[in-house]
Design a protein around this ligand. Structure first.
Ligand code: BGC
Length: 311
């Protein structure tokens, strides 16, 4: 009989979810707001609703969540944005639902989703880098997720690209995330706007600036252009470091910033190729946009539950 798996993708603002059938179709995709105080019961209720609208009974639940988790114990060890320390989410949701619950990191889940159902499908070794509030990483080697001990590795965002540089929320300075996240891009757009009185950026209210502003204005405003160039240089640096370690078949970019398409990917690939070991020698590493959008994490979390159930 065909089995079904629920995928839950927990973010700072929304929890997304859906039901995956063994043949790879996602149904009943939906979202609810994130309330950290009632997360476990909200997720359990959401799972019941998802099963009802997909008209199926699920065999297990997979949850992707940002921060450091312990996949074996099913706990969130530390999640800065959600304010959790040692939160036994799997046990709580499982007790409420009466189903096995497996957890992994949000970017690991998204990487698994892209590798199995999206832009990484044709590659054996792919790395997904998500550019959002933070910078997340998911590494697929030989078609399998490499997540480190207890799924606590692949924290690409917290590798340093500038010693003593910008403060990161993790406590370190100069992290890749402190330069390549959407949060960092917004900070730099506001900063350059404030420092450049004759720029178009300067005329904008700081609250109206988001991760798209610098890209939108780059052709008309030298200050915005500078922000974009600087952002792309830093992103290329972090990605080249990653590629020098893993030399994957492909790097996929996810998250809001990746929606910029060619205006980001073209200059990025040029600088990345210059920074990559071998400079044009050796196997090329294309950088592509991820293709599953906001469904990658849900699909991947469900696939994770499927894999764990079959292990
Ligand atoms: C966290 C990662 C997470 C990423 C994206 C980073 O700050 O350390 O665990 O995957 O943000 O949410």
């Amino acid at each position: 009989m065909q089995k079904n798996y629920i995928g839950i993708d927990i973010g700072g603002t929304f929890v997304k979810g859906g039901v995956l059938t063994e043949n790879g179709t996602l149904s009943a995709f939906d979202s609810i707001p994130t309330h950290p105080q009632t997360l476990a019961s909200d997720v359990a209720d959401f799972c019941i609703r998802l099963q009802r609208s997909a008209n199926v009974q699920a065999s297990a639940v997979g949850i992707g969540i940002p921060g450091m988790i312990d996949s074996d114990r099913g706990t969130v060890v530390f999640a800065g944005n959600l304010g959790y320390r040692n939160y036994p989410i799997a046990e709580k949701v499982s007790a409420l639902l009466g189903l096995p619950v497996f957890i992994t990191n949000d970017a690991n889940a998204a990487a698994l989703g892209e590798s199995r159902y999206g832009a990484g499908k044709d590659y054996s070794d792919s790395i997904l880098v998500t550019l959002g509030t933070g910078v997340g990483g998911g590494i697929i080697l030989g078609g399998k997720l490499f997540a480190g001990r207890h799924a606590q590795g692949a924290e690409i965002g917290h590798t340093v690209i500038r010693m003593g540089g910008e403060q990161c929320t993790c406590g370190r300075r100069g992290c890749f995330e402190a330069y390549a996240s959407a949060t960092a891009l917004i900070r730099d757009t506001r900063r350059v706007g404030a420092e450049t009185p004759d720029s178009l950026l300067h005329k904008l209210a700081p609250e109206s600036i988001d991760g798209k502003t610098a890209f939108d204005l780059a052709e008309r405003d030298a200050a915005a252009q500078r922000v974009v160039e600087n952002y792309v240089e830093n992103l290329a640096c972090g990605l080249a470091n990653l590629a020098n370690i893993f030399r994957p078949d492909v790097i996929l970019l996810g998250g809001g910033v990746a929606n910029q398409g060619e205006s980001l990917l073209q200059p990025l690939q040029r600088i990345f190729d210059r920074e990559l070991f071998g400079r044009g020698l050796g196997s090329p590493v294309p950088i592509l946009a991820a293709s599953l959008g906001n469904r990658a994490g849900t699909l991947g979390a469900a696939a994770y539950a499927l894999d764990c159930s079959q292990a």
